[in-house]
Ligand binder design. Sequence first.
Ligand code: C2O
Length: 532
Amino acid sequence: MQVQPLTVSKLCKTKSLIAVNNLFPGPVVYADEEDTVVVNVTNNCQYNITIHWHGIRQLRSGWADGPVYITQCPLQTGDTYQYKFKIQRQSGTLWWHAHDTWLRATVHGAIVVFPKTGVPYPFHYPREEHIILIGEWWNANVEDVESQSLLTGGAPQLSDAYTINGHPGPLYNCSSQGKLFLFVFPNEHYLLRIVNVALNQELFFTVANHNLTVVEIDGDFTKPYTTSTIFLTPGQSTTALFITNQPTAKYYMGASPYSSAAGVPFPTTPTLAIVEYQGSSNSTPPVMPTFPATNDTGLVANFSASLRSLADTTHPEPVPQTVDRSLLFTIGLGTKPCGENRVCQGIAGTKLTASMNNISFVLPDIALLQAYYNNISGVFTRDFPDTPPIVFNYTGTPPNNTTPQRGTRLLVIPYNANVQMVFQDTSILGIENHPIHVHGYSFYIVGQGTGNFNSSQTSTFNLFDPPRRNTVGVPVGGWAAIRFKADNPGVWYIHCHLEVHTMWGLTMAFIVLNGARANETLPPPPPDLPRC
Ligand code: C2O
C-alpha cells in the first residue's frame, strides 16, 4: 500500500486528501480464513501513519495490530513497514483503516475474508457480492478539523455529507455524476458487504421496498435475521443477503444518520445509490426508501437485540459460562478545567473531555506493547481500576466531583481468564450511545439494557447464542455486557469508535499476560517494526 495525497472533487469543491494506491476508498483486501496476509505499507504523505486491520483478531500477531503508540510507533514520511498476520477463527466482512489521528476519514478500505477452502457459506449462495462502505465526507481537511476541536475544546466541525463508497449521491450538490449503480437480475440472491467507515456518525442502511437478511456481523456468522433497516456504528460491519424479489424498476438504497446526542446539528440528508433491475425503464425515477427518524433509538435497540450468533454451548469457542474477572467501566463525556493558552469553547470556560472509569487516557510517546515486551519502565502504570472510583446514579444527575484524571493506566488480565466487561454510559455531560471497540478479540454481547447496570441482571444474560462482535453500541443511557476468554497475549486498545471521543480520551488499554508455553506467548517483534 502506498499512502499518498490524491486530488478528489466532491460537493462542487476540489481538494487533496490522503489515500492509498490513488484510490478513495482504498483497495479491498481479499483473503481466505487461514491465509497469512502480508501488506507492505509505504508512507509517502506528510503525516505519520499506521494501519489497523479492524476486527482481525491478530492471534499471536499483536505487532501487526496497528493503533499508534499502543502496538507500534508510526511510520514517518518515507518509512515502509510490512504488516504480516494470519487470519484465524473468523470470516466475513471487516475493514482496514489508518489508526493515527483522523486520517482514517479517507485512509480505509474493506477486508473480505472467505471461509477456508471446502467450507461453504452457511446461507444461500449469492449470484454476486458487492462492497458498500457507508461514511462521511468533509469539505475541509480532516486534520484541520481535528486540530480545531483539540485546540479549542469545542465540538468539532461536522461532516458535510454522508457517502456510499465515497459518493454523496444525488441529494447533494454536484454529486449525481458519482452515483453508484448496482445492476441486478430479478429473483436472485446478492450479498452486500456493508461497513460503517464514518468517523463520528452512526448510520442506518436501507433499500427501498426490499428486506435485507443479516448473515454475519463483524466477522462472525449469525442466525439469519431479516429486516428492512440495518444499523451500524462506526467500526461495525455486516454481510447481508439481498433478494431481488420486487417488480422490475430502479430503487434507491441509502444511509441516513442516527444520533442519540441532543442538539448536535449534524447533516440529515441521506446518501443514495441506485439498484437497477435488468430491463427497468429509464423514464421512471428510482423508488425512494423511507428512512428512520434520526433519533429512532427503539429501532437501534430492537436491531441489536435481534442478532444471534451461530454459537451455542458446544461451539469451538464457547460463550464463557463463568467469569474470572468482572469489570465495570463507566464511559462518557465530561469537562475539565481549560489549560492555559487555549481558547475554550466548552461549557463555562471548561474543555470537553471523555473518560473510562474517570480516567482520560493519555497516549504515550513510545508504543505500549514495546514498553511492555521490553520491560521499559515509566511509560505506563498497571493500576486501571476494575470498577468506577465514584459510584453514583450513572444515568441520573451526576455528582460534582466527576472531573476525570489524565493518565496512561493499564489493566492487567491473566492469560486465559474469562473476562466480563460491562460498559456503563454516564450522564455527566449528557447521555449518548458510544460504540466501544476492543482490539485483539471478538467478544460475545451477553446483555444490554437501559439505566444503571446491576449485578442481578447477570441472570438475564444470553449465554447460549449471543451475538459476537468487535464493536458494541452501548445503548444511550444504558449499559452493555461482553464476555471473552483472554487467550491472546499482548497489549490491546479499547476505545469509543467515534473519533472525536477517542481524541478526548474515551479509551483505555489492557495487557493480557503471556501464557506458560511457547505457543501461548507473543513472538518477538518483526525487525522492521517502526521505532520511536
Ligand atoms: Cu477501527 Cu482502534 O479501531
